[in-house]
Write a new protein. Structure first.
Length: 104
């Protein structure tokens, strides 16, 4: 696999690790590993910058049932476009949502 592809595979794996983190410390560490310090996440529902805000959004989404546990389907569906820095860390995520829970 070419080095450029490895960089993207690693970034995606870190991104999923952040969204699947189960505790506050694991989430904090996963966000720091995945994103640059001033990294962003923007979708139609949120627009945040920095590790603390990123972790808060991920935590809130998990608490609201926005991430599946036990293999169920997530109530939110869509696609993300991720931009990386030269070290392979996320600088921005643009989320495009195809399905959101009622009232979101």
């Amino acid at each position: 696999m070419p080095a450029n592809t490895d960089r993207h595979v690693t970034a995606v794996a870190r991104y999923f690790e952040a969204w699947n983190a189960t505790g506050p410390e694991e989430l904090t560490n996963a966000v720091a590993a995945a994103w640059t310090e001033d990294g962003t996440y923007t979708d139609p529902l949120v627009d945040v910058r920095g590790h603390a805000q990123l972790a808060a959004v991920i935590s809130a989404a998990r608490q609201a049932g926005g991430a599946p546990s036990g293999g169920g389907a997530a109530p939110v569906a869509g696609s993300d476009v991720i931009t990386l820095d030269d070290e392979g860390r996320i600088t921005s995520v643009l989320g495009f949502l195809d399905r959101v829970p009622a009232g979101a």
